[in-house]
Design a protein around this ligand. Structure first.
Ligand code: IYR
Length: 231
């Protein structure tokens, strides 16, 4: 996509513009908050399939996120192939077993107690889609030479937020999953050394009887996450 040739700065008129009244803005902000309040991380997935086109739209949404120097330092691998999901599960569970056997350290394991998680990750096969998110630590020009990316974790984090919101808007649930280390995903998915796997997102419909841990409902109140310095 990028070439060594200099791209001049070319200002274009803002292509899209919204012009809501203050009341409309208030209503829309409230509607979106209500929608996002209904997002819950789900650990038990139904095997109901999800059309590929929905996943493609959600990933396209993620690709609209802002990024450092607009380098878009992300790559997504979407997997519905059962054999590949099974291999990812096996590798992830092997890492998780080490983690839960003590590798994670006492403090971390204690912090996870309220979530009720353990090394078993059946969702990696039950969920119809796994989306693996890679961060591109550096990019490569058309001529094969490297260029730097900037604010990579921030950019990929924002894109992942867009992705999760887009999946939720489509009526799907997901679980962010981060086996540690995740290097095995480069091998399984044929991704280059320049890319660091940052997360596996299991995506689908919740299973009948899916639960959420009570602790997940405890969100910090606005007063604890916002201080306003009004003029
Ligand atoms: N990767 C492990 C452990 C884990 C870590 C955090 I931080 C969580 O919020 C949840 C789990 C696992 O997926 O079980």
């Amino acid at each position: 996509m990028f070439s060594r040739k200099n791209l001049p700065h070319e200002p274009l008129p803002l292509p899209d513009r919204f012009d809501y009244s203050d009341d409309e803005m208030q209503a829309r902000a409230g509607d979106f908050l209500e929608l996002m309040k209904k997002r819950h991380s789900v650990r038990d997935f139904s095997r109901r399939p999800v059309p590929r086109a929905v996943i493609e739209k959600a990933v396209a949404t993620a690709g609209r996120a802002p990024s450092g120097a607009n380098h878009q330092p992300w790559f997504f691998a979407a997997i519905s192939d059962p054999a590949l999901k099974a291999r990812i599960r096996a590798e992830a569970e092997a890492e998780e077993e080490r983690f839960y056997a003590g590798g994670g350290g006492d403090e971390w394991l204690k912090a996870l107690e309220p979530l009720g998680t353990d090394a078993a990750k059946p969702h990696l096969e039950d969920a119809p889609w796994l989306i693996v998110i890679f961060a591109q630590r550096w990019g490569t020009f058309d001529d094969g030479t490297r260029f730097k990316n900037y604010y990579v974790p921030e950019s990929v984090g924002i894109a992942t937020g867009f992705l999760i919101a887009a999946l939720h808007q489509a009526g799907l649930s997901c679980l962010t999953h981060t086996p540690n280390p995740m290097k095995f995903l480069n091998g399984l998915l044929g991704r280059p050394e320049s890319e660091k796997p940052v997360m596996i997102l299991a995506v689908g419909h919740p299973a009948e009887g899916a639960t959420v841990p009570a602790v997940a409902k405890m969100k910090k109140p606005l007063e604890q996450i916002l201080e306003v310095f009004e003029g």
